[in-house]
Design a protein around this ligand. Structure first.
Ligand code: PLP
Length: 403
């Protein structure tokens, strides 16, 4: 996005968020914001959304007491919110169903999306297949090479996958290409954005579609324990599963909220994606937020073992919650995440996504310091089947971490 930037007064979380985009994109965003305002509280729209969450995606997802993990760590009681049990194995479909139903209401025939590792692309392609819409997915050419299986899944589902050859050939260039394609076809195209990031209204809309996670979890913990948890922990890439897991607990000041970012090879290296820990405030992907910038103001290349967490920015509401002190954001390295993944797999028979394993790494640090009458809810944002080959490679390169 190199054109002149405009800024609207809506959609701010404190100083963060907003809409820093060229005028032609702003027109499309205004149209989207208006449509979303019209439908977000519409009982028919919400009934349809919850119908597909239930019968298509398999909600509600369980809140599972991880007894073996709790005993092993010897502290707080640990509950897992099982977003890994959604159709397609992650929380992403919660958001995609909401956006596709809105696209239908707006009369759009075509959806586009960006994707990094391919998880959001697969979810969008599946929903497009289900609702009979044409689907174009933009993916960095390097990611296309690294994620052949997801590329083939998207193609099976009827999507056209565009390999973006610019720059580093990863997610950032895919986002730029998707915005470019949106500008080309703004009349009939809906851009399904994959996280709680980007210009207004996306961060608020994606939060609304993901807050079902904490609506369920809050009710479930009250049923099981008769009280609220002491802490909710979730991993943060763009921040959609975390904001969904935090949303309904935000007014409960006794519930600590902890987001976990990818520290990759370590914060002292240049191979990490610890945006809120080490970033500075600036504009990226149409929003004002914390991001990792080079000295010349360009966006830093980021790294994590987990393909869902290597994003150089973060959703603006997380930037706000950090500065307001309502949520804390901490890093976890590749090694800590892999260890956490192996521990949950061995103790509970659940292979979590490597993204979610960053949140579990924080549970491993925190739970032993808490008392047995305290409660942690950790959001297991996805399942780890997709990561098995990467874990095998990691273990081969790090024999000290053997199974
Ligand atoms: C995409 C993804 C994430 C990261 O995205 P957020 O928007 O930060 O939630 C985390 N976990 C899984 C399983 C994912 O697929």
């Amino acid at each position: 996005m190199t054109q002149e930037l405009t800024q609207t007064p809506t959609g701010f979380f404190g100083e963060f968020g907003g809409s820093y985009v060229p005028p032609v994109v702003q027109e499309a965003l205004d149209q989207l914001a208006e449509a979303y305002d019209r439908y977000k509280d519409d009982p028919e729209f919400l009934a349809e959304y919850h119908h597909y969450l239930k019968d298509y995606s398999g909600r509600e997802t369980p809140l599972y007491y991880a007894e073996s993990l709790t005993q092993h760590l010897g502290g707080a009681k640990i509950y897992l919110k099982r977003e890994d049990l959604n159709h397609l194995g992650a929380h992403k479909l919660n958001n995609v169903i909401g956006q596709i139903l809105l696209a239908k209401r707006m009369g759009k025939k075509k959806v586009i999306a960006e994707t990094g590792a391919g998880q959001h692309g697969v979810a969008t392609a599946a929903a497009a297949a289900k609702f009979g819409m044409s689907c174009d997915i933009y993916m960095g050419a390097l990611d296309v090479e690294r994620q052949r299986l997801n590329v083939f899944r998207m193609e099976m589902l009827g999507a056209t996958v565009h390999a973006v050859q610019e720059g580093e050939r990863t997610l950032k260039e895919a986002v730029d290409a998707a915005f470019g394609a949106w500008i080309q076809g703004i009349e009939d195209t809906f851009y399904v954005l994959g996280s709680a990031v980007g210009p207004h209204p996306y961060p608020s809309m994606v939060k609304d579609f993901q807050k079902v996670i904490s609506q369920e979890a809050r009710r479930q913990i009250l049923e099981k324990e008769g009280r609220l948890p002491d802490m909710v922990i979730a991993c943060v890439g763009g921040g959609s599963n975390a904001i969904g897991a935090f949303a309904e607990f935000l007014p409960d000041s006794q519930v600590a909220l902890v987001g976990v970012e990818a520290a990759g090879h370590g914060l002292q290296t240049d191979r990490h994606a610890a945006t809120l820990t080490l970033g500075t405030v600036g504009v990226v992907d149409g929003m004002k937020t914390y991001a990792l910038f080079n000295e010349d103001g360009s966006v830093m290349p980021v790294y994590s073992i987990s393909p869902g967490l290597d994003y150089p920015g973060v959703g603006p509401e997380h930037a706000y919650l950090k500065d307001a002190g309502r949520a804390k954001y901490v890093p976890a390295t590749d090694a800590e995440a892999v260890q956490a993944l192996l521990l949950l797999t061995r103790l509970e028979g659940i292979i979590p996504a490597i993204e979610s394993s960053h949140a579990l790494a924080e549970v491993i640090k925190r739970a032993p310091q808490m008392s047995p009458d305290q409660i942690i809810i950790v959001n297991v944002s996805g399942r780890g089947d997709k990561d098995v080959a990467a874990i095998a490679d990691y273990l081969q390169a790090h024999p000290e971490l053997k199974l």
